[in-house]
Design a protein around this ligand. Structure first.
Ligand code: SUG
Length: 444
């Protein structure tokens, strides 16, 4: 028996709207609004539990230390923790905001995972994403690597690679630009790496407005590190038009599961050639569900996050279910499309909606919040069980959130050193819940 476990990022106690991501329309539109961290974290937990109630195994990833004092120190802010925050807030509030980013909750960007069936050494490979293209995200990978190493610690089954070299040439955004097709989770699959531009070759297709984040060279490096077979790897370029429309990651315009690929017609530079190559390389039949612009405009796709949904196989049920954000129900174009979809002959048999609005307002839908890890039963047995959600852990986390999280955070609150102290108290208790020892830098 093989399975795919979704690991969702626990939304951290200082969840806020910093307006930090150029090219992410939601982040810009909601910049400096009041955030609701408690509500956000409870929405996240509710989503995890909903997936569990559908019969799926669900994992949890811890938030990062925010504010990230090591970065502030590296940038020359000295003194006690309080002094560092006061100085940063007086001299460079915009830098403090970067170091307070809530972005690690979007674990689809945490790393790229290749299942053991695809790797020459028969192990599951993880490469933390360097997230080089956005400063506030580039400070995540150290913590991400450490956490993944604690959860997947058995090196007979799991291999961890450090993030690719920093800098724009090897900009890597993790699983958000990666899809995998296979008949079963433990059968050899075809991996699709999606990139925005070439770093060292001439680009025939370029964006006019927003930056692309992932390079071809970074994707290639991951395929090499993960020991993938070239015959079962496909590279495809994001359509610059969709990046300019606000789809900064490929998972805003497509999602896959097993042999199904749900995608917007305009997602790629050459969607037809891509479908052809995937069909050639895949042993078996691929089911493409292609949404035409005529039915769902790019603007509606980005606003509703139709494709930033989780496409899942429900245990003991025919076909697949699409877990969408509530915003997809509210967009009439998208909702009409979805109503038709249930009657189409496609693998998608059910659509369900979840409320993750606090995350959506920063550009993160249901799919952004999860990292998929396909595992064999032996590998599941080797996962640190503390990170798998059960009723007891869910109750503990709900109580922990209610105890420590603020109802609201305003942009000015980031200057208050007591917010940092509250965060650290919360994270300290969290490491005890997960028996992680002195995991965070402030504990050491
Ligand atoms: O990198 N937002 C994230 C959203 C990531 C969504 N992930 C996927 N599509 N997989 C980003 O743009 C906004 C932070 C702020 O503005 O405070 C932010 O980083």
């Amino acid at each position: 028996m093989s399975t795919e476990i979704n690991f969702d990022g626990l939304i951290g106690p200082s969840h806020n709207y910093g307006g930090l991501s150029h090219g992410n329309v939601a982040s810009k539109n909601n910049a400096l609004r009041i955030s609701q961290p408690k509500k956000a974290a409870l929405q996240g937990l509710q989503k995890m539990n909903y997936l569990r109630s559908l019969g799926l195994e669900q994992g949890v990833l811890l938030p990062q230390q925010r504010p990230h004092l090591p970065t502030l120190r590296a940038l020359g802010f000295m003194g006690s923790d309080r002094e560092i925050i006061e100085k940063a807030s007086n001299q460079a509030p915009e830098v403090l905001a970067q170091c307070y980013s809530a972005s690690s909750m979007w674990t689809a960007n945490a790393c790229t995972v290749s299942p053991s069936a695809d790797s020459r050494d028969g192990r599951v490979h993880f490469t933390s994403a360097n997230l080089s293209s956005m400063f506030h995200r580039s400070i995540e990978h150290g913590n991400t690597s450490a956490l993944l190493r604690s959860i997947f610690s058995n090196d007979a089954h799991f291999v961890h690679h450090d993030a690719l070299p920093a800098g724009n040439h090897f900009g890597d955004e993790g699983a958000a630009n990666h899809n995998r097709f296979a008949t079963e989770y433990d059968s050899a699959g075809v991996q699709l790496f999606v990139f925005g531009r070439y770093a060292f070759r001439e680009n025939r297709h370029t964006t006019a407005k927003f930056p692309t984040r992932q390079t071809f060279e970074a994707s290639q490096a991951i395929a090499r590190l993960h020991q993938l077979n070239d015959d079962r790897v496909v590279y495809a370029q994001q359509n610059p038009k969709i990046v300019d429309a606000g789809a900064f990651h490929n998972d805003v315009v497509s999602v896959s599961n097993l042999n199904a690929f749900f995608m917007h017609e305009e997602a790629f530079v050459d969607s037809e050639a891509l479908r052809h190559e995937l069909s050639e390389k895949f042993e078996g039949e691929l089911a493409f569900v292609v949404v035409p612009t005529e039915q769902v405009s790019l603007e509606s796709a980005v606003k509703s996050y139709l494709f930033n949904s989780q496409l899942i196989k429900l245990p003991n049920e025919e076909g697949m279910a699409l877990i969408l954000p509530e915003e997809s129900r509210e967009n009439s174009q998208v909702y009409n499309y979805l109503q038709g979809l249930e009657n189409q002959s496609s693998p998608i048999k059910q659509v369900k909606f979840v409320d993750v609005r606090q995350s959506m307002q920063n550009g993160g839908g249901p799919a952004c919040l999860r990292l998929r890890v396909a595992l064999t039963q032996d590998e599941v047995n080797a996962v640190n069980p503390r990170f798998l959600l059960d009723d007891a852990l869910l109750d503990t986390l709900n109580v922990w959130v209610s105890k420590h999280y603020r109802d609201e955070i305003q942009p000015a609150d980031l200057s208050d050193p007591s917010l940092a102290e509250e965060n650290f108290a919360a994270l300290d208790e969290l490491t005890q819940i997960f028996d992680l020892g002195s995991f965070y830098e402030f504990q050491r």
